[in-house]
Write a protein that binds this ligand. Structure first.
Ligand SMILES: C[S@@+](CC[C@H](N)C(=O)[O-])C[C@H]1O[C@@H](n2cnc3c(N)ncnc32)[C@H](O)[C@@H]1O
Length: 392
């Protein structure tokens, strides 16, 4: 990831230098406990943080994980530009090497999770593939069914990038690529919209089952998203995962289940080819949705009360992670923007799929910065508890 190592300068010096460039640097927030600043950047229509850390010997200017823009080109340009504006003395940098890489996610077929709040699907039929890996299966399906929109959701960024390249090469217009955790993504989709959801060869996570894609919550969301007769299709080489999924599917009433062993599909993925060479058994567990589901109700408002906040709040808030019934909250780090505004980095929501956000508090206001949490029930419950803790 792009970064620049510099001769160290202090937080305050950094802040003084940044004031001259309000067009690009909106503010600098200095950590209360560490030699670390967050630099709020507005560059090429993207808003995000860069982090500056320093010790006696060295400074480090780098990207910030939660808010990083997906276009690597924007990120590295911004780091280079900010280093120059702030007159940082560069000791070493990996920005040049990164110049040779193609920009990520420039394609119109790449969709951000926020886009799904009010997206037009433009196709009568919709299908979803979770964890498409090399993309062989989704590309095959999209070529074979040009009247269907295929939404591929993959957590691994290089795989998402590779599929976007293939979409251009194969001149397809019916695949969208989402680079996100599938366990959260389904919650963003309307009810009764999909004819198929493919989950092919998910990671078995035998030692950490809470990280598995298939879970009671996932299946319940899948049933809501599937139309009547729509199918959730699990294909796996893992005996354990097969049995685990049959157990989970069986706990639902509105479904039928079909099981197949060593059934050949017209396209063989990279993983499947490996298991075929090892002569492993392959299981399909197909869940058919029997009933229409209610419309999605995720119109949660993530707003705070208008009141005056001051620095005392930092001492009053819990600094450890707190676990509640269906969510947790962890206020991780605290920063000052000038003398009056506080920036809090926090993690919250569902234990298995946490949300990471920043909150700004000042004399008259409180809000999430730069973007709202995903509209899920666990996030909303956690948000209400955060509100209560801030106002206590
Ligand atoms: C074992 S590979 C299988 C890839 C492909 N389906 C195939 O059959 O070749 C599992 C894929 O699921 C992706 N994955 C794992 N957890 C995920 C999640 N929570 N959300 C989206 N993708 C995930 C991984 O990055 C990986 O590409």
């Amino acid at each position: 990831m792009p970064h620049i190592k510099t001769k160290p300068i202090s937080n305050n010096e950094l802040k003084n230098r940044a004031i001259k460039y309000p067009d690009i640097i909106e503010f600098v927030a200095n950590s209360i406990n560490y030699n670390e600043s967050l630099i709020s950047i507005n560059y090429e229509n993207e808003k995000f943080f860069l982090v500056y850390k320093y010790d006696d010997k060295e400074g480090l200017l780098k990207f910030e994980k939660i808010t990083r823009p997906l276009k690597l080109a924007t990120l590295k340009e911004a780091i280079g530009k900010v280093a120059k504006l702030l007159e940082l003395e560069i000791v070493s940098s990996n920005i040049e090497n990164l110049n040779k890489k193609p920009p990520l996610f420039a394609s119109r077929y790449y969709k951000k999770i926020e886009d799904f709040k009010d997206i037009e699907f433009d196709f009568d039929k919709v299908a979803i593939e979770v964890g498409f890996g090399s993309g062989r299966h989704i590309l095959y399906q999209a070529n074979a069914n040009p009247d269907t929109l295929y939404i591929g959701i993959e957590i691994h960024t290089p795989s998402a990038q590779q599929l976007l390249k293939q979409i251009e090469i194969q001149n397809l217009n019916n695949i969208w690529v989402v680079n996100y955790d599938a366990r959260l993504f389904l919650e963003m989709l309307p009810s009764n919209i999909a004819k198929q959801i493919f989950v092919h060869f998910p990671i078995p996570w035998d030692k950490k089952p809470n990280r598995r894609v298939i879970s009671v919550d996932f299946v319940s969301e899948a049933i809501r998203v599937l139309d009547v007769d729509g199918t959730l299709e699990l294909r796996t080489d893992s005996d354990l995962y097969y049995k685990y999924s049959v157990d989970i599917f069986s706990s639902f009433e509105k479904i039928k289940m079909q099981i197949q062993k060593n059934f050949s599909l017209p396209i063989i993925s990279k993983y499947e080819a490996r298991w075929n060479r090892q002569e492993k058994d392959i299981y399909d567990v197909i869940m058919v949705c029997n009933e229409k589901s209610q419309e999605l109700n995720n119109n949660f408002f993530f707003s705070f009360n208008k009141m005056s906040y001051n620095i005392d709040i930092v001492n009053n808030l819990p600094h450890e992670s707190n676990i509640y019934k269906n969510f947790f909250i962890h206020f991780e780090r605290f920063y000052m923007i000038g003398n009056e505004s506080i920036l809090i980095k926090c993690a919250f929501g569902d234990f298995a799929k946490p949300e990471h956000k920043y909150i700004i508090l000042n004399k008259k206001d409180c809000f999430y910065y730069h973007s709202m949490p995903i509209s899920s029930r666990a996030n909303f419950d956690a948000h209400n508890k955060i509100k209560e803790l801030l106002d206590a």
